[in-house]
Design a protein around this ligand. Structure first.
Ligand SMILES: Nc1ncnc2c1ncn2[C@@H]1O[C@H](COP(=O)(O)OP(=O)(O)OP(=O)(O)O)[C@@H](O)[C@H]1O
Length: 344
């Protein structure tokens, strides 16, 4: 395991008796990019502010770069925590040039040029913030955050103010810059795609707690709870019964944790269901007859709504090549990974 850059343990913070962070623990390893994702009001920004030192925790502790900065009897001011911050609006000093913005924290000689080079804006050192585009401003904000060689960069919704096209482009660029700089970073976002596509590790926050932490493929493909499954993407949940390591439902039999017995919930992703006269690629048995209820065509793919005998409704996301019509009788097979969960 990599050395920790952030170790936040059992943090609690309430405002007026209402808990915003309710026992959250979060670790960021050295050189790791961790995304903290959750719905509005789940406590992401408060957790980030506790780590940065803009809020004092009611309980719990924070260590940054191996040094305790908050906890019982310990308090280190934000400007002594060696963190770099990037906010939604960049928050550059408007009356200072790009160079002066980067020099503000007193970086070592040559570091300003290095950081401008990293974000690909070496030629804009003399410009003022109002002369930069929204995307350029965020790249300069990142360069400024990196200039003082912090232990960790904290980014709070850094792409939220940008339009969709620019957002996607800048996301990749920012992740690339952070990786090239070998920086450790914690990114707060309410955008699931952003979290899954950018981060090495995704922490899913709900009601002030971290509900699941893991690599993007794990939190999406093997969600710990039904809530995580439904928050991170489209999911259909089918009731089944488990015994001896197998869960059974109208779509077939699936491997399950041997500890599960009795009623279970089986989580299916629409892209894991294939439709067709043949059962392309699916193991024998894991298929069922269905009627097409309707379809939405998106160009790059389509979402087909299906109903099985007994009224069970499912969705299949597949290449838009086959124009299934309402009322068509089809066979639906499970191709993708399924997750079997105990009753929630
Ligand atoms: N300074 C404050 N005073 C009072 N309540 C606050 C304060 N800061 C946050 N809260 C409350 O704490 C809860 C968590 O807020 P927080 O901003 O941390 O959530 P979030 O997940 O970042 O949400 P969003 O994605 O909307 O920014 C909310 O109910 C919010 O209203």
């Amino acid at each position: 395991m990599r050395a920790s850059t952030i170790d936040a343990v059992d943090l609690e913070k309430a405002f007026g008796g209402h808990p915003a962070v309710a026992g959250a623990s979060l670790r960021v390893g050295s050189g790791e990019l961790v995304a903290l994702v959750g719905p509005s009001g789940s406590g992401k920004t408060t957790l980030l502010r506790l780590i940065a030192g803009f809020e004092v925790p009611d309980a719990g502790s924070v260590a940054i770069g191996g040094l305790a900065v908050a906890g019982e009897g310990v308090w280190v001011e934000p400007d002594k925590r060696r963190i770099g911050m990037v906010f939604q609006d960049g928050a550059l000093f408007p009356h200072l040039s790009v160079r002066a913005n980067l020099e503000f924290g007193g970086p070592r000689a040559g570091r300003v040029e290095e950081c401008l080079e990293l974000v690909g804006l070496a030629d804009r050192a003399g410009a003022f913030p109002h002369e930069l585009s929204g995307g350029e401003r965020q790249r300069i904000a990142l360069a400024r955050a990196l200039a003082t060689e912090p232990h960790v960069v904290l980014l709070d919704e850094p792409f939220a103010a940008l339009d969709e096209g620019l957002r996607a482009e800048l996301r990749e660029e920012v992740a690339g810059v952070l990786r090239a700089a070998g920086a450790s970073a914690l990114l707060v976002t309410h955008n699931q795609q952003e979290a899954l596509s950018l981060a090495d590790v995704v922490a899913v926050m709900r009601d002030g707690r971290i509900e699941q932490v893991g690599p993007p493929q794990t939190v999406y493909g093997d969600p710990a709870t039904r809530w995580v499954a439904e928050f991170l993407g489209d999911a259909d949940v089918v009731s089944g019964t488990a015994a001896d390591g197998v869960a059974e439902c109208p779509l077939g039999r699936f491997p399950a944790d041997t500890a599960l017995r009795g009623p279970v919930e089986i989580v299916l992703r629409p892209e894991g269901l294939v439709i067709g006269p043949d059962e392309a690629g699916a193991p024998p048995g894991n298929a069922a007859e269905a009627v097409v209820l309707g379809r939405s065509y998106f160009g790059h793919d389509q979402l087909v709504r299906l109903e099985l005998a007994g009224g069970l409704r499912l969705r299949s996301r597949n290449p838009g090549s086959a124009a299934w019509r309402t009322g068509d009788r089809v066979r639906v097979a499970v191709r993708g990974p399924v997750t079997v969960l105990g009753p929630s």
